[in-house]
Design a protein around this ligand. Structure first.
Ligand SMILES: *Cc1c(COP(=O)(O)O)cnc(C)c1O
Length: 834
């Protein structure tokens, strides 16, 4: 830690301690012990001997915090002073994972804390397991936001992440009779030691009402007269960089009833109504919508979106800027990055604040807005492009609707100037769509307003330009760009896989964790038999560790000598868990029909992890079928234990950190053109799993980097998919033509996995045979062939290990540090920071 900078002593303080702006405890075991015991006494009100494990966990968390706070306050002070250009990352989701280990690692305190607790007779490992991860996201999109803020802090880039502090995060998944049952995720119930609530800094956020014009000294101006409001209370989280002394901020908003709202009703003597009003207000941040890649057209969701972006913009303008800041200079001071369309209502809000509240004229405000926002698109699925009905927007945010109309009007004038009165094109490009009901296309609004629009992998960005927004690409040359996603190596390599990290450091020395291209140096080690043996031993140790975790968690055992074949991600038809399942059923059917001797089968354990959106019936049925196949296959003596299917419930970041380092094979088998990027694929490759995958999302780039020899490619390419649709896809023809496929589907249809009941999985079977939107049957035979190659390759363990090492060596590109460098260079243009 560097010494304190001279404070501006405006308090009249004279004591030397008060003159230091920040105070951190000494970084020694004794210092840590003292701080920890003090926190137990002062914050928990217990002695060590009277404390329970949760007391100890919370006191430990407070202690780690105490070390980081000093730097955090200092970084905030410096940012206020320098007013350096920073990034406001607007995201409705942050899938953070556990905080304790990450914060220990970032602050360099892991060993000190471990020793200090041991000296108090406490095993830090036990406390670690008590932390409930904040599951404030659904899947890849929310995890990406968490990786990005980690990288920005590690690269010392000024950044505030803004989002929502959901009281209930993503549901906890349990299985009852093999079917998903959702439990509420009360992650706050035992206390949340990583957050700093600031009720005194609450913002009032308004909704409803009407708009009006008024005369302002001869100028007609607009204003919004809202109907009701809620308070947005900020909760700050520290986002420490990796051992660089930098601490950025994540600011999550929680909804609370406003006092005026309460008082008015209380004073009228209606207690019940007052409580109802409070519940209504607080509902806004009550629960995360558990949909992944399909929007839910819920009014409450729009309330959530506006709630958090309005609070964030106000927070930035009123509290991050110096009081006399010249607003025309905003583009030199900030970029708001829109993580998908969820925060896009920030665009009209920003315009409203600049024009209605700050008195700026429209054209000037629009010019600034177009430089201060950038938009990341995360999908290609047409059903996932968010729209809001004009009716709802007009009721909830009437002034914003007017602003959107004006943006659209001026945009369409410009389109006409450029393309002539091509009504078809005008209709296609309008931010307002007319069918099936009048609504606002949020992705179009973001594209018109954003300085840049990026996709999240090369293929995705190309398809975005060619297929989703081609008119916009033509209209705005240079606006579209790509930034391939990444993952933070701190969490997904260093923390998740300490043994591999140790092996890499032994080989390369330190420094690689923040310079992942250096992993290239491991290529030479792939040729070294000793290194291969050590690498294989790390994989084996990770499997044993996973065995312990799954045994304790779910009573599952991971058999020795099995290939670990892992498919973990949200359950969605486009990701094609069904294809994986057909492979398993085919392998099983081969054994029970006698076509294949069990003793000839390469032993494999298939692991699934997946939550289905509670309202997504087909996804839930597929979960049921996976569990049903698992219980039959695992218990059938004819299989001789050579195939096992494990489906630990409640896949989350914590489980990902245990599963991925143990995996041999990574399943990335979406239909080409459907997965925007994927980030799970990157986590696996960097942990030395080989990928079996389609040419989709970032798989394309993984394969290009690791080479065809170290990747199992199969299936149709995106143009081939389009070609098959154009010719007319009939899944039943594939069923008829392929014996293995027919037998697998027939086995499911026969009730073999449902105690003879043919009706349970009939909807899955008929969906595959007569609809199959994601072309599972068309890719089946290529997939089975590729899996045979996997088996053959795995038989040569040494060659497999060599490939696994090359995967690690060549995937440094997928560090989210690299993603951040690309954003800075292509989109943000933030200068290098101190
Ligand atoms: C990385 C991650 C995801 C994203 O996985 P994909 O395979 O890219 O869909 C989802 N959930 C969790 C918990 C993750 O860590």
């Amino acid at each position: 830690m560097t010494g304190p900078t001279a404070p501006s002593n405006s308090t009249g303080a004279t004591h030397p301690l008060a003159l230091a702006p920040v105070i951190a405890p000494p970084s020694t075991v004794d210092g840590f012990v003292r701080e920890f015991l003090q926190n137990l006494n002062l914050e928990r009100g217990v002695t060590l001997s009277a404390s329970n494990p949760n007391d100890r966990y919370i006191a430990l968390a407070y202690t780690v915090r105490d070390y980081l706070v000093a730097r955090w306050l200092e970084d905030q002070r410096r940012q206020r002073e320098t007013q350096a250009k920073g990034v406001c990352y607007l995201s409705a989701e942050y899938l953070l994972g556990r905080q304790l280990d990450n914060n220990l690692l970032a602050s360099g305190l892991t060993d000190i804390a471990t020793d200090a607790l041991a000296a108090c007779g406490i095993d830090i490992g036990e406390l670690r397991e008590l932390e409930v991860e904040p599951g404030l996201g659904n899947g890849g999109l929310g995890r990406l936001a968490a990786c990005f803020i980690d990288s920005l802090a590690t690269m010392s880039v000024p950044n505030v992440g803004y989002g929502i502090r959901y009281e209930y995060g993503i549901f906890r998944q349990t299985f009852v009779g093999g079917q998903q049952v959702e439990q509420p995720d009360a992650w706050l119930s035992l206390g949340s030691p990583w957050e700093f609530p600031h009720p005194e800094a609450a913002q009032t956020i308004s909704f409803g009402g009407h708009t009006e014009t008024y005369d302002d000294g001869g100028v007609t101006r607009n204003r919004w007269v809202p109907g009701w409001d809620v308070e947005a209370v900020p909760y700050n989280y520290m986002v420490p960089g990796y051992q660089n002394g930098r601490v950025n901020t994540l600011r999550l908003w929680s909804a609370k009833a406003t006092n005026s709202f309460d008082l008015r009703v209380f004073n009228s003597g209606d207690y019940e109504e007052a409580v109802r009003a409070q519940t209504f207000a607080e509902n806004i941040s009550k629960v995360l919508y558990p949909e992944d890649s399909t929007p839910q057209g819920k009014e409450l969701r729009l309330q959530q979106q506006y709630f958090f972006v309005a609070a964030s913009i106000r927070d930035f303008l009123d509290h991050q800027l110096l009081p006399d800041f010249d607003l025309t200079k905003l583009p030199e001071r900030v970029i708001f990055q829109l993580n998908d369309t969820h925060p896009v209502i920030a665009v009209p809000e920003f315009m409203r604040v600049l024009t209605d509240e700050k008195g700026m004229d429209w054209d000037a405000a629009w010019a600034i807005t177009q430089q201060c926002f950038a938009y990341t698109c995360h999908t290609l699925l047409p059903e996932a492009l968010e729209v809001w009905s004009v009716d709802l927007l007009g009721r909830l945010l009437p002034r914003h609707l007017e602003i959107i109309y004006r943006i659209n009007e001026e945009f369409l004038v410009a389109v006409r100037e450029r393309f002539g009165d091509d009504e078809m094109r005008i209709r296609n490009m309008s931010i307002i769509s007319e069918f099936p009901e009048r609504s606002v296309r949020m992705a179009y609004l973001a594209t018109v307003a954003g300085a840049k629009v990026n996709g999240v992998a090369e293929l995705h960005s190309q398809l975005l330009r060619d297929k989703v927004l081609p008119d916009f690409d033509e209209f705005y040359p240079g606006k579209f760009t790509n930034v391939t996603n990444g993952i933070t190596p701190r969490r997904f390599v260093r923390l998740a896989n300490p043994q591999l990290s140790g092996l890499i450091t032994e080989a390369l020395g330190g420094g690689w964790l923040t310079d992942m291209e250096r992993l290239r140096e491991l290529e030479a080690y792939a040729e070294d038999p000793d290194f291969r043996a050590a690498f294989a031993e790390v994989k084996a140790a990770n499997k044993r560790r996973l065995n312990d975790v799954l045994l304790a968690r779910d009573g599952f055992e991971v058999s020795d000598g099995h290939m670990l074949d892992v498919m973990v991600k949200r359950l969605h038809e486009y990701k094609r868990q069904m294809l994986k399942l057909l492979h398993i059923v085919t392998a099983y059917e081969g054994i029970v029909s006698g076509a294949v001797a069990a003793s000839d089968v390469q032993p494999r354990t298939f692991i699934f992890g997946a939550k289905a959106a509670p309202g997504y019936a087909m996804a839930k049925r597929i979960i049921h079928l996976i569990n049903a196949v698992g219980s039959v296959v695992n218990d059938d003596p004819r299989v001789e234990g050579r195939l096992k299917v494990l489906f630990p419930p409640n896949y989350n970041v914590t489980l990902a950190e245990r599963l991925i380092p143990a995996a041999d094979l990574s399943e990335q088998i979406s239909l080409a053109g459907k997965e925007a990027s994927g980030t799970g694929n990157m986590k696996f490759a960097l942990n030395g799993a080989l990928t079996i995958g389609t040419d989709d999302g970032a798989n394309v780039e993984i394969r290009q980097l690791v080479g065809d020899d170290n990747f199992f490619l199969f299936g149709m390419s995106e143009p081939e998919v389009e070609g098959l649709w154009a010719r007319g896809y009939k899944p039943s023809e594939f069923y008829q033509a392929d014996d293995h496929l027919r037998r697998a589907i027939d086995l499911i249809a026969s009730g073999a996995f449902s105690d003879g009941d043919k009706s349970v999985f009939e909807p899955i079977v008929s969906n595959l045979l007569y609809d199959d939107r994601f072309m599972v049957l068309a890719d089946y035979s290529a997939y089975i062939d590729a899996q045979a190659k996997v088996d053959a390759a795995y038989a040569d363990q040494d060659a497999w290990t060599r490939s696994a090492i090359l995967n690690v060596a060549r995937c440094g590109f997928f560090s989210s540090d690299r993603s951040m460098r690309d954003y800075i260079e292509r989109i943000w243009h933030t200068p290098p920071s101190l």
